[in-house]
Design a protein around this ligand. Structure first.
Ligand code: DGI
Ligand code: FE
Ligand code: FE
Length: 201
């Protein structure tokens, strides 16, 4: 039988410190708001948001094992551990919480890294994770303003800030993040091209 969201929320909450739960609620509220604004399904947004960080506090060895068991083809394990909780969250959502909707599972799986051709739901969950009310990093208010105008522009600015941060630390950049950013830039370019052409005719 499909689990009720309320039961899932209680179970997720029990697996994390209160601070992370408050973050999760912030992501949920923000994702629902963005879904309404941009025409995605608020119910899918809510499920993805509630589960997005479910594996964040799992011991890394358990995360590694879950990825190995699932046979995920992305090279997560060759990159830094803070990335792993995202695909592990998708595995947990499917296996422990009976989420079968691939849109929801993908939005969880790619919420940290992004990916090329992100779905509307991917974009909403990833951006909500950056701008939920509890977040406080340099530039977050600009991201919040951009989020009211363009999901793509806001996400590009979000990935820019992550990439700059990683570069300052001398850390590696996960390839999907670079591909996600390129793909969003291409989407913006083609929208601008369409607008120009519409203006000419
Ligand atoms: O789980 P949250 O804290 O809510 O946020 P998140 O899922 O965006 O995870 C952020 C962490 O992931 C942060 O420690 C930076 C790290 N990260 C994100 N993209 C990359 C990355 N680390 C590496 N090495 N490469 C990336 O491309
Ligand atoms: Fe996360
Ligand atoms: Fe998060």
């Amino acid at each position: 039988m499909k689990l009720e969201l309320q039961a899932v929320m209680e179970s997720v909450r029990a697996q994390m410190p209160e601070k992370r739960w408050l973050h999760t609620i912030g992501v949920r509220d923000t994702a629902i708001r963005l879904a309404r604004k941009y025409g995605a399904d608020p119910v899918q947004a809510e499920w993805a948001a509630v589960l997005h960080d479910v594996a964040k506090y799992w011991p890394v060895e358990k995360q590694r094992q879950a990825l190995l068991d699932a046979g995920d083809t992305e090279p997560w394990l060759q990159y830094e551990k803070p990335l792993w909780h995202a695909p592990v969250g998708a595995i947990v959502a499917e296996q422990e919480y009976q989420v079968a909707d691939e849109l929801i599972l993908d939005a969880i799986r790619y919420h940290t890294s992004g990916r090329p051709q992100m779905t509307l739901l991917d974009k909403i969950v990833c951006l909500a994770d950056y701008i939920e009310p509890g977040r406080n990093f340099p530039g977050v208010d600009r991201l919040r303003e951009l989020a009211d105008v363009s999901l793509e522009s806001a996400l590009i600015a979000g990935f820019d800030s992550t990439i700059v941060q990683l570069m300052k630390q001398g850390a590696r950049i996960f390839p999907l993040t670079v591909l996600a950013r390129n793909s969003l830039l291409e989407e913006l370019d083609s929208t601008q091209q369409d607008t120009k052409e519409a203006g000419r005719s």
